[in-house]
Design a protein around this ligand. Structure first.
Ligand code: NAG
Ligand code: NAG
Length: 474
């Protein structure tokens, strides 16, 4: 009948409306959950620098643990700071990347397609002196504290030494004087340790009055040349290494930011990792803090990273010094980037504590850039910042929603990048996607220190693996 028909119609339309509204609610719910799961919500203040040091309380409280601070941050004791704008840091970062490519070309016999010798900037400055992290160790007897840049991309540890026969740059702490230490010894030219310098520095050692002479250069105009010696190295009061082989620099140049030298954590025989193998088993870990006003740690021996560490195999195809890893893919905001895994296989990748910005094959970077921009349309684009071409003016936003990023490493290890590893701010008016393309798809990829922030990074050389754990430090 007409009545029952219209009743049925009414009822069914009610049901339909009910179903539709439930469906809509569920959709909305999914979208919200999706956003919370695949996006970070950040406060504007998180992009602004802090001038007060707030030492981290998390981290590894073990005997062989050193505090890590950013060289230019308020936790650094170094007052001799080079005037470094964000542009200068990024220019120096490119010099470091060029010198890594040149070193790889020598170590692996790969043809250097970059022709880096002609493209290295001729201006003064330091490739390793920029955007880096330092630790303080004790050298000699009685021990003298020295702040050293820590670097997984090189092997030789060196410090400036008196009498600075040719030249020393200015550093914060007094320059180490071997003549006042009762434990310093010169290494002779016939020592096998002297010949190991070739692998550690890329240069054949010299000889002066039967003392072994090392020389190492880092790209543009930064170098250290001096006597090769051994000395007592004090990491902590309980962790003392007798007979540590190091460079005692008599001719040093570069803006190392007031640091006394460098500590080499590479894979070659003379690195601190290899020299302390019997004590720490070639295992070390570190965490780089999210902000320059926080502190991280560098720990020798196992125990760093806690139980949440996920490992990816070390690859040996990137020379004897660098730590090579296999990157398979990436995602941004829950979207797997459409990049063929052969793109990453062709380039290869290393992890480096001294490179600031992660370098990707240009084919991979362009997919990331496009995906990221599509997820950030709400925010106005602004001008490029040196090597960073995707920058936003966030001055009108109190909260900012950005896509989460995940790296897919070999060994089924997916690692989420901290929010501070996704955007690189140059003030709130220029906040940039913190990734850059290489010049060519065949150039080595580099997993840089901005992307490593807050991750506990564990290097297990005998185990042939590198691990990552979230929340290693603040
Ligand atoms: C180390 O060798 C150099 C060059 O022979 C020499 O000038 C210097 O005095 C030696 N230092 C020590 C502490 O023996
Ligand atoms: C911020 O908002 C003001 C006022 O609406 C506007 O004039 C300005 O162009 C905005 N700035 C940016 C970078 O969007």
């Amino acid at each position: 009948m007409a009545l029952s028909n219209s009743l049925i119609l009414l009822l069914s339309s009610c049901v339909l409306f009910f179903v539709l509204s439930v469906a809509r609610k569920e959709l909305a719910l999914d979208a919200n959950e999706d956003e919370a799961y695949h996006f970070h919500t950040l406060q504007q203040s998180s992009f602004l620098p802090s001038s007060i040091c707030e030492p981290s309380t998390v981290g590894v409280k073990e005997s062989a643990s050193l505090e890590v601070v950013h060289k230019h941050g308020p936790c650094s004791k170094l007052r001799v700071k080079p005037p470094s704008t964000v542009e200068e840091i990024l220019t120096h970062d490119q010099s470091r990347v060029d010198s890594i490519k040149a070193k790889l070309a020598i170590n692996t016999g790969k043809k250097d397609t970059l022709g880096s010798k002609t493209t290295l900037p001729a201006k003064s400055g330091s490739t390793i002196g920029s955007g880096n992290y330092i630790v303080t160790v004790g050298l000699g007897t009685p021990k003298k504290d020295l702040s050293l840049i820590f670097d997984t991309g090189s092997d030789l540890t060196w410090t400036q030494c008196q009498p600075c026969a040719r030249s020393c740059y200015s550093q914060q702490e007094p320059i180490f004087a071997p003549s006042t230490s009762t434990t310093y010894t010169n290494i002779s030219c016939t020592s096998t340790y002297c010949s190991d310098l070739t692998a550690a520095t890329g240069n054949t050692p010299g000889c002066s009055s039967s003392t072994c002479v090392y020389g190492i250069q880092y790209g543009d105009q930064s170098f250290s040349v001096g006597f090769f010696g051994k000395e007592k190295l004090t990491l902590t009061s309980k962790d003392v290494i007798d007979d540590f082989y190091f460079g005692c620099g008599q001719n040093n140049q570069g803006l190392f930011g007031g640091a006394a030298g460098l500590i080499g954590l590479g894979r070659a025989k003379l690195s601190i990792v290899s020299q302390t193998a019997t004590k720490y088993g070639k295992v070390f870990s570190y965490c780089l803090p999210s902000r320059a006003s926080y502190t991280g740690y560098l720990t020798f021996g196992s125990g760093g990273g806690g139980s949440n560490v996920k490992y990816t195999p070390l690859s040996t195809s990137q020379g004897t010094s660098f730590y090579g890893l296999d990157l398979l893919g990436m995602s941004a905001g829950g979207t797997k980037l459409a990049i063929s895994s052969t793109v990453f296989q062709t380039s290869g990748m290393i992890i480096d504590s001294g490179t600031v910005i992660t370098r990707l094959p240009p084919t991979a970077y362009s997919v990331l850039r496009q995906t990221f921009r599509a997820q950030m349309t709400k925010y106005p684009l602004t001008k490029a910042l040196s090597i960073l071409d995707t920058c936003y003016d966030l001055s009108n936003f109190t909260t900012i929603v950005i896509p989460k990023m995940v790296f897919f490493w070999g060994g089924n290890t997916n690692v989420e990048i901290a929010p501070q590893g996704i955007l690189y701010p140059n003030g709130i008016q220029q906040v940039c996607l913190a990734f850059a393309p290489n010049g060519d798809d065949s150039d080595i990829g580099i997993f840089g220190n901005v992307q490593q922030k807050t991750l506990a990074v564990v290097y297990d050389v005998p185990g042939g693996k590198v691990g990552f754990a979230p929340g290693g430090c603040a």
